[in-house]
Design a protein around this ligand. Structure first.
Ligand SMILES: *Cc1c(COP(=O)(O)O)cnc(C)c1O
Length: 798
């Protein structure tokens, strides 16, 4: 959009006066923020209205992306950047004497997600708007986002994330005219109507009101605004008598109160099932109503609507869609089923079995009695159809939806849709060959890969402004609109001046992070050290513990030989552990106590520092990632479906230290073997151990003195205040046979780390590696990933 600085300043002052009745010098950052948001809303609102009208007038097909998590982080800078006025606003603020950083920091992260899954969903929203595809989000308006993490005495403490704060969500718009009701509980029986048709009668149910709030998703400088619709729950006025106490009302509000703080694992709670059904049913109901306004036949809804199921949380969608089509709109089973399968598609995000949702049949039947009946019918018909098609009875039994007293949600999503995709090449291959191989044998045509991506604009233009300016200087500004232009940087890998300029940009980012580290932890770090970073959710398979073991090895090396010639290192961690995940919390405690040990030991002569930054979230990621020299992506091969932080690091010039897992493999294919450091077992090595049952960690421990010394450090009193946690870690590695093969990978990891030390000493070589990573990172833009979903799956048009 075009606005002059003078006009913007007038608009901003007007907003400040109207909203807060004050002038700039006395306004708080929050007041300045809400006023700025008001101006931004004014700027995009006409475009938003126009977009909705256009799509409805033209009867364009729309894809609806259902996800129980969206993790956008802050929206202010993205909205300004995408409107094309970020620099203008920064300039204006500087003229007005306003600290833009302070205003930016007044916005609370929108943290309606745990980690990668939710971040991906948010990235797709941005990319859909940017590429211009009509794709809308559908999720939950949690009152509290992911918990706020404090570190107290080295332990994680969880506090509620009251992200609405005093100002609420400044971007959302409540849409009363799209309110729908969602029914739970009660009992259902079938009655014959006058036409001899069986009609379900649902009695004694609980009715909840689903209220949508729309959050605009602005495309990058293209005038397009899409919708992210988040559902809140309310008690219908006519039912208020059923909720006479505050306690009873609170039970309802609980449905949208909190995001489940689980990552890659499954929390078997009635409330969780209710959340999942609530947002799925509400979303599908409004979609059908919207479609019917076009006056088209319901049996052809797949021609105008696509519904995407992001992981299994919204996987009740095919069954709920069937319920709506049949019970509410009178379609016959067969035509309802055909259109349902053509409407639904599903993304699998993990092969960890604890994250593939299964519901106890009794619980499911109690909460969703009618949907349960429909699932039984889908399951029955599936079994009959497969038997008719001559499928092996064992395979039918393994793949059916209802078995062993449980409802298998991934099976419902696969049987009830036309597409199943994994999120990186290796992950999709593993789904086909292992996790979902029986389904792959039945429906090979449904399987496909869509490697994850990131919103390059957030990780360069917003998080790394100096880097962005440097790229402008070398190849011009076109890359800001067309990220593939980054490829042009490859012509400069031997240009010493350019290499040095990029090196200086990284130093600036390191200085910023060093200041933040000092201010928040009191730890002093040198920007001459290698910043070696592992930031992601804390999970055993991601192996933060392997990183810590290497730190302990370095500690002993330096204690034995304080003059050892090593490049100084700062190891930086950021990670939240699920509150019920005992092991993960113990690892956090150990990292913090090893940090205490190392940072306060003068013998080490500042060659080794360890920093744990609390409350890792998107905003902190934006500060940390551009400052990293080394990106730690060290999950056990086969366990990380894709990873996306690996891509963010690469794009800002970090060198990846990685196992051959997830998208690390694709990163390696892009940058070449010389520009990445790979170590450890392959997926085949891992699967060989599973097949042969021949892994024995105690044998490695006993035969390898370096490893023995490191592992013993957890329990020999070297680290203070970790008696039970140290023992727990020791037992996981030795007594419980080291589920994620840390000991087998340890020596290879140490060697890889030595290689990093060696490479970093040659400033030119390191700078070349760094630049090649930036150059090739364009491959991982979520704009391209989403275009593949749009064209290959959803068949929607720009
Ligand atoms: C990108 C991102 C993630 C995902 O990190 P992985 O290393 O891919 O697991 C998690 N949390 C936040 C805040 C992120 O920005």
């Amino acid at each position: 959009m075009s606005v002059t600085k003078e006009q913007f300043i007038r608009d901003f002052k007007d907003a400040l006066h109207e909203e807060h009745l004050i002038k700039i010098p006395v306004a708080t950052p929050t007041e300045l923020f809400t006023s700025l948001a008001k101006v931004i809303r004014k700027y995009y609102t006409p475009k938003w209205l126009e977009r909705n009208k256009r799509l409805s007038d033209d009867q364009e097909k729309i894809a609806f992306y259902f996800s129980i998590e969206f993790l956008p982080g802050r929206m202010l800078e993205t909205n300004l950047l995408n409107l094309g006025i970020l620099d203008l606003v920064k300039d204006s603020f500087s003229d007005l004497g306003i600290d833009f950083e302070a205003v930016k920091n007044a916005e609370h992260d929108m943290a309606l997600g745990n980690g990668g899954l939710g971040r991906l969903a948010a990235a797709f929203m941005d990319s859909l708007a940017t590429t211009g595809y009509p794709g809308f989000g559908n999720g939950i308006r949690y009152q509290y986002g992911l918990f706020k993490q404090k570190i107290v005495n080295g332990h994680q403490v969880e506090l509620p994330d009251a992200w609405f704060g005093s100002v609420g969500n400044v971007w959302e718009v409540r849409k009363d005219h799209d309110i729908v009701d969602v029914k739970l509980y009660g009992n259902v029986h079938l009655e014959m109507n006058e036409h001899g048709k069986l009609i379900p009668i649902h009695e004694n149910s609980q009715t909840l009101r689903a209220v949508p709030y729309d959050v605009p998703q602005l495309g990058y400088q293209n005038g397009i605004v899409n919708n992210l619709r988040l559902w809140d729950v309310e008690i219908p006025e006519e039912d208020e008598l059923h909720y006479p106490t505050l306690e009873a009302r609170r039970k309802v509000q609980d449905i949208t109160a909190i995001l489940y703080p689980d990552d890659s694992s499954y929390e078997g709670k009635e409330l969780r099932l209710t959340q999942e059904y609530f947002m799925t049913s509400a979303g599908l109901q409004t979609i059908i109503k919207y479609y019917l306004k076009q006056g088209r036949p319901l049996a052809k809804i797949h021609e105008k609507v696509s519904v995407h199921i992001n992981d299994t949380h919204p996987a009740v969608a095919p069954a709920e869609f069937m319920r709506l089509l049949i019970d509410e709109y009178g379609l016959e089973w067969q035509e309802a089923w055909e259109t349902t399968v053509k409407t639904m598609s599903y993304t699998n995000h993990t092969i960890l079995s604890e994250a593939l949702e299964k519901w106890d049949e009794g619980l499911f039947k109690k909460v969703l009695p009618r949907v349960y009946q429909i699932i039984l019918e889908i399951d029955n018909r599936y079994v009959v159809k497969m038997a008719t098609d001559g499928v092996d009875p064992n395979i039918i039994e393994k793949t059916r939806i209802v078995k062993d007293g449980q409802i298998h949600m991934a099976h419902l999503a696969i049987i009830g849709g036309y597409s199943v995709n994994g999120v990186a090449k290796l992950h999709t291959k593993l789904l086909q060959e292992d996790t979902l191989s029986d389904f792959y044998a039945i429906y090979p045509e449904k399987f496909n890969n869509k490697t994850n991506g990131i919103v390059q604009r957030r990780w360069t233009q917003i998080a790394a402004p100096e880097l962005s300016e440097q790229i402008d200087k070398v190849i011009g500004c076109d890359w800001r609109k067309d990220i593939h232009q980054l490829e042009e940087l490859k012509h400069y890998v031997n240009d010493d001046t350019v290499l040095n300029d990029f090196y200086c940009v990284k130093q600036k980012a390191k200085e910023r992070l060093a200041t933040y580290i000092y201010e928040t932890t009191g730890i002093t770090v040198s920007t001459q050290a290698i910043f070696d970073v592992q930031v992601k959710r804390l999970h055993a398979y991601k192996r933060q513990l392997l990183n810590l073991m290497h730190i302990i090895k370095l500690y002993w090396d330096l204690k034995d030989n304080p003059d050892k010639d090593v490049v100084p290192r700062v190891f930086i961690f950021g990670a939240k552990a699920a509150p019920g995940y005992h092991f993960a919390k113990s690892v956090i405690k150990l990292i913090n106590e090893v940090a205490n040990l190392v940072n306060n030991d003068v013998d080490l002569k500042d060659k080794l520092k360890v920093v744990f930054l609390e409350n890792y979230n998107v905003s902190l990621a934006e500060l940390i990632i551009p400052a990293a020299d080394v990106s730690e992506q060290i999950s056990l091969a086969s366990k990380e479906a894709s990873g996306t932080s690996n891509m963010k690091f690469m794009m800002t010039g970090s060198v990846t230290l990685a196992t051959l897992d997830g998208a690390n493999i694709e990163i390696k294919d892009e940058v070449g073997d010389d520009n990445i450091v790979i170590f450890g077992m392959t997926k085949d090595d891992v699967y060989d151990h599973y097949r042969k049952h021949d892994y024995y960690s105690r044998g490695i421990y006993e035969n390898q003195p370096v490893i023995k010394r490191v592992v013993d450090t957890f329990v020999d009193g070297t680290i203070s205040d970790v008696v039970s946690e140290g023992m727990e870690i020791f037992e996981s590695l030795i007594t419980h046979n080291d589920e994620y093969f840390l000991l087998e990978d340890f020596m290879s990891y140490v060697e890889a780390q030595e290689k990093i030390d060696h490479l970093y000493r040659d400033k030119k070589v390191w700078s070349q590696m760094s630049l090649m990573n930036i150059t090739k990172s364009h491959k991982f833009t979520s704009d391209d990933t989403i275009s593949q979903y749009a064209e290959e799956l959803w068949q929607i048009k720009k």
